[in-house]
Design a protein around this ligand. Structure first.
Ligand SMILES: [Zn+2]
Length: 463
């Protein structure tokens, strides 16, 4: 059963010239689901047997069948994976390209834990089920079919439209870095990974669409305490495990300065109405005055909001000692931080060092596969296009910005100064969202509107 199938009037060609080009029609919905099902059946998980290169072949074939020139599509193998870049040439070569970004790899899924085989997609009770149904093979398929639909409708972009898929976003993120290097001259990126629309738990109607214009910087620091050690029958006053425990408690109690930016202010003001009365009031108070202590206290106490008001750091692993009857000689602890945009990793390392206040402690930055990035600007053309696209599919639905918890492929583009915006066009209930988890699923009724959302975003930003 398919949901509302919409035909949206797309402005095509010269400004002011428009005709009705339904993209999210029944045919495109079926094509998107069929493509997503084939992609889900390919086990594109990092490691032995990784089928990401086959997903790239599948997407390449779909693009060619939809009118892309084979010479405009390149698949590049990297280790056990691959990435794909396809170009739809625009009419004005002087304009910088618009990039649509996604990834083909998925998080591992253990079949025994699922209600059905995660690598055999099924449609059940109105949901597409399978690993990648939400993150993000259905989004990939929708982006491909929306471009094909536009091509078929006769649309010709002024700037190049480039669609690219990375092959290890869930693990090493190496292909995303390579792609962003190659496309560093792009005008902007629409990342269809993450930041989807939200369906109301009670009414089943769409509530809001929160897009992301920035994300927190992922960072890992390792703390080490060493000690000469000795026999456990002769304890010395300074024990490496005790010392690390004390350091960790000081870090636990350290509070990074609460912060706000345009994106998070927009989020607090836009999303407050869907939260409980106390959280909603705290969100509005924090947006008005980010030093409001009552608001900070309320938001800090809630795990889903503490990360939205500043940098957070938390210990995630600890290792120490080497024998039951010996004094510990070495203790290591790993601290994972999500840094508010605008702070270098070295600055946070210094804050941690000061918070621990232990001259015997060494802290080093051991972050891999992450780069610190500023938030992208709230560009008027992008904000207008997102509102236009979402309101075309879901009239009256609230649209506001947000700050992602990181790290997505967007960070590689932002590190090159290319603005990137997360805009997954699918709408889903929070209680149905099982990204990276069990029984991942996405409502089929949201595919038609999602095709139209992508089509409007692409036409508004490429003509
Ligand atoms: Zn993803």
């Amino acid at each position: 059963m398919y949901g509302p199938v919409l035909g949206i009037a797309l402005a095509v060609g010269a400004v002011g010239q428009a005709w009705s080009a339904p993209v999210g029609d029944r045919h495109a919905v079926e094509a998107s689901l069929a493509l997503a099902e084939k992609a889900i059946a390919l086990r594109s998980v990092a490691g032995p047997g990784n089928q990401t290169p086959q997903v790239a072949q599948l997407f390449r074939d779909a693009l060619i069948a939809g009118g892309f020139a084979a010479s405009d599509i390149a698949i590049t193998p990297v280790g056990d994976t691959a990435y794909l870049i396809a170009r739809w040439p625009g009419s004005d070569p002087s304009l910088k390209p618009l990039v649509i970004s996604g990834h083909m790899d998925v998080v591992e899924a253990k079949a025994g834990d699922w209600t059905h085989d995660p690598f055999k997609a099924v449609i059940q009770k109105g949901f597409l089920l399978g690993r990648g149904a939400t993150d993000m093979k259905l989004d990939d398929a929708i982006a491909i079919e929306a471009l094909i639909g536009l091509k078929r409708a006769g649309y010709r972009p002024r700037r190049d439209v480039i669609i690219e898929f990375s092959g290890d976003e869930e693990t090493a993120m190496a292909t995303g870095a390579i792609i962003a290097d190659k496309l560093s001259g792009a005008e902007l990126v629409l990342n269809v990974d993450g930041a989807n629309g939200v369906i109301d738990e009670k009414t089943g109607k769409p509530d809001y669409f929160a897009w992301e214009g920035g994300e927190k910087t992922y960072a890992d620091y390792q703390m080490v305490v060493t000690n000469p050690g000795g026999h456990s029958s002769e304890p010395s006053p300074l024990n490496a495990i005790d010392e690390m425990a004390a350091d960790l408690l000081r870090i636990q109690h350290y509070r990074f300065r609460p912060e706000i930016n345009d994106l998070s202010r927009g989020y607090f003001l836009g999303a407050a109405q869907w939260e409980s009365a106390s959280i909603g009031a705290a969100m509005r108070a924090f947006a008005a005055e980010p030093t409001n202590e009552g608001a900070i206290e309320t938001l800090s106490a809630d795990p889903s909001f503490v990360g939205r008001i500043g940098t957070t750091c938390v210990v995630t692993e600890i290792n120490g000692g080497h024998a039951l009857n010996a004094l510990p000689q070495r203790v290591t602890a790993d601290i994972n931080c999500r840094i508010f945009p605008g702070h270098p990793r070295a600055e946070i390392l210094n804050e941690l060092r000061q918070a621990a206040a232990d001259p015997a402690l060494t802290i080093t930055d051991v972050t891999e596969g992450s780069v610190e990035t500023p938030a992208s600007p709230m560009r008027e053309d992008v904000v207008r296009a997102i509102e236009h696209a979402v309101h075309g599919a879901y009239p009256g639905v609230a649209v506001f910005p947000s700050l992602g918890s990181g790290a997505s492929d967007s960070m590689w583009f932002r590190s090159h100064g290319v603005p990137s915006y997360a805009v997954s066009p699918l709408f889903i209930k929070n209680s149905d969202s099982f990204m990276h988890g069990l029984n991942e699923r996405t409502p089929v009724s949201s595919v038609g509107p999602a095709l139209d959302i992508v089509a409007v975003l692409v036409t508004d930003l490429s003509r």
